[in-house]
Ligand binder design. Structure first.
Ligand SMILES: [Fe+2]
Ligand SMILES: [Fe+2]
Length: 246
């Protein structure tokens, strides 16, 4: 078979498999697009089975997934994260800031966008130093507030994205107030400093640049992320299998 024939055969097998399956989207996929008070009527199943295994449309995760497996198969291309981490490393930041930069937006890359700093912190909390997850959690709030001592200004991009009148909500203001006098403030602040200038489509950064930092500072569970019964294991499983029926 030629490469083209192989690709066509694979596509055919996938569409046949999909024909035999019912894949139901969780509310979070459609929330906001429909009135949640109106019941959803489902089309007849016609003898098809509900998906309870790997989603055939997604790249299959290994049995014992590592953080890098998630980067390659669920968060890719993750340029923003890699560029932020490299920027931090180049500026001479320590491991904690570099790791925080590498992980800070994984919720956006693979899970949920709203309140992403809190979700990302929760995802990594069992596996990193408390200071790292703290920095990730509070970047959610700190990025809205300037700090001249380190040359951090309110991002011009936010004015463009959210309009000149946008004001962070009171819970974000309170989080900023709390964080600014905390002993780990600068770790989170340096995350936002390296976050800001990290969007460059021409810069390619390889994950392997961070093998050592991750090896030293991320407690990779031997059972694999998702299977170690940590307080966030289920969240890693959801990223692995986002469309399972139950
Ligand atoms: Fe972020
Ligand atoms: Fe970011």
């Amino acid at each position: 078979m030629t490469t083209l024939e192989r690709a066509e055969a694979a596509e055919h097998a996938l569409s046949q498999e999909l024909d035999r399956l019912v894949i139901v989207k969780s509310v979070i996929y459609t929330s906001g697009e429909r009135d949640p008070r109106v019941p959803v009527t489902r089309p007849p199943d016609n003898g098809r089975r509900y998906l309870m295994a790997d989603d055939p449309r997604l790249p299959r995760m290994p049995e014992r997934p590592t953080l890098f497996d998630f980067f390659r198969l669920r968060f890719a291309p993750a340029n923003h994260l890699l560029q932020s981490a490299r920027l931090a490393q180049k500026s001479g930041a320590g491991d904690k800031v570099v790791l925080a930069c590498l992980l800070h937006d994984i919720a956006i890359a693979g899970f949920i966008r709203g309140d992403h700093g809190y979700w990302a912190a929760q995802l990594v909390e069992p596996y990193v130093d408390e200071e790292v997850s703290w920095a990730i959690r509070y970047h959610q709030a700190l990025r809205f507030f300037p700090d001249e001592s380190v040359g951090y200004q309110y991002p011009a991009m936010y004015t463009k994205l959210f309009g000149p009148d946008y004001k962070p909500e009171p819970y974000i203001e309170r989080a900023h107030e709390y964080a600014r006098t905390h002993k780990w403030y600068m770790t989170s602040r340096l995350l936002t400093v390296n976050d800001l200038y990290a969007f460059d489509p021409t810069v390619q950064v390889e994950l392997e640049e961070f093998t050592d930092v991750v090896g030293r500072n991320f407690k990779q569970p031997k059972e694999g992320l998702g299977f170690d019964a940590s307080p966030s294991s289920h969240m890693w499983r959801t990223m692995m299998w986002p469309t399972r029926y139950l």
